[in-house]
Unconditional design. Structure first.
Length: 318
């Protein structure tokens, strides 16, 4: 089986069409059919048949569909590791939800890489809830996200830290003086970070419970940027409590109290089961539960407004 054959078959399985696979890969339909035919001959399995309602896969075809994605990911990972090894470096690819990436990841990564001079950590965020898929396809080595977003037979996860999301505003904001009504809250500008766009999670759930209209939600490039706007009195914001402790103490921010204005969540760390995860991922899983790691995560302030980027942003720490 060649990488080209696996890429072609994986695209067919994912898109359900030879024509769509050819368009995505920018090759002819004949080329895709040739690759699939070669796989059928080598494996002795038809893999799929065409029906009036689309492609119908054999049990072997379904197994190959999932395994081909993993094999391609492993190939890319191996190429990357060889290049890193040639420079005497190791690379750990860490994926995290938005809140963790901005507020807790910097301290954790700094403390963790101090233990290994040859280790680089690549941090990326993903708000789609595809963490298990990213692990299985070897796009990521380890993931930190809300515990309800992690699971599955191929993934093992461990809970390690709880957090509280609270509502804050400038001290003179009308919502601070007395417990605000739900109607008043829905009329306010809500100053939010990238976590407001993530599927699931505490912030998304709080907005849903409050019934905040989308037109009242202003989503910033970072949570820190949203907090700065809240300090200027331009609306209310949601943030993890430990990130604004100093601002609450010095009066730069005030907490908005109410039964729907706080929420609790928990972060878990996940890797592939067994020995399929790299050793550096297993090391991080052990380290993240230590008191030293907890102090590093809670004491490190959020990244500056110009420093953090959501979604596709990648930062190297070494």
């Amino acid at each position: 089986m060649t990488p080209s054959q696996l890429k072609a078959y994986s695209a067919v399985a994912r898109l359900g069409s030879v024509k769509a696979a050819a368009a995505e890969l920018d090759v002819s339909e004949a080329a895709v059919s040739l690759h699939v035919g070669q796989l059928r001959k080598e494996l002795g399995d038809p893999l799929f048949t065409r029906t009036g309602s689309g492609l119908a896969f054999t049990p072997g075809g379904l197994r190959l569909a999932s395994r081909s994605v993993e094999l391609l990911g492993l190939r890319d990972r191996t190429i990357q590791e060889v290049k890193q090894a040639g420079r005497g470096r190791r690379l750990l690819r860490l994926g995290a939800s938005g809140l963790f990436a901005e507020y807790a990841a910097p301290g954790l990564i700094e403390a963790f890489t101090q233990r290994a001079a040859d280790l680089d950590v690549e941090l990326s965020t993903d708000g789609s809830g595809r963490f298990e898929t990213l692990l299985v396809t070897r796009s990521l080595d380890v993931v930190i996200a809300p515990r309800d977003q992690l699971g599955g037979r191929d993934v093992q996860s461990n809970h390690f830290l709880n957090y509280e999301v609270i509502t804050v505003a400038a001290p003179r904001h009308p919502a601070v003086s007395s417990p605000p009504s739900v109607r008043l809250l829905r009329e306010q500008p809500w100053l939010l970070g990238p976590s407001a766009m993530e599927r699931g999670g505490t912030v998304t759930e709080m907005l849903r419970r409050l019934g905040v209209p989308e037109q009242r939600q202003r989503i910033f490039q970072s949570h820190a940027a949203a907090i700065e706007e809240a300090k200027r009195g331009h609306g209310v914001a949601l943030t993890v409590r430990f990130a604004v402790t100093e601002d609450l103490e010095n009066g730069a921010l005030a907490r908005v109290e109410g039964p729907l204005l706080s929420g609790r969540g928990g972060w878990s760390i996940a890797t592939l089961v067994g020995d399929r995860a790299p050793s550096s991922a297993a090391e991080l899983c052990r380290f993240v539960a230590t008191p030293r790691a907890t102090r590093a995560m809670l004491q490190r302030r959020g990244a500056g407004v110009g420093r953090f980027r959501p979604a596709v942003h990648v930062t190297l720490w070494s």
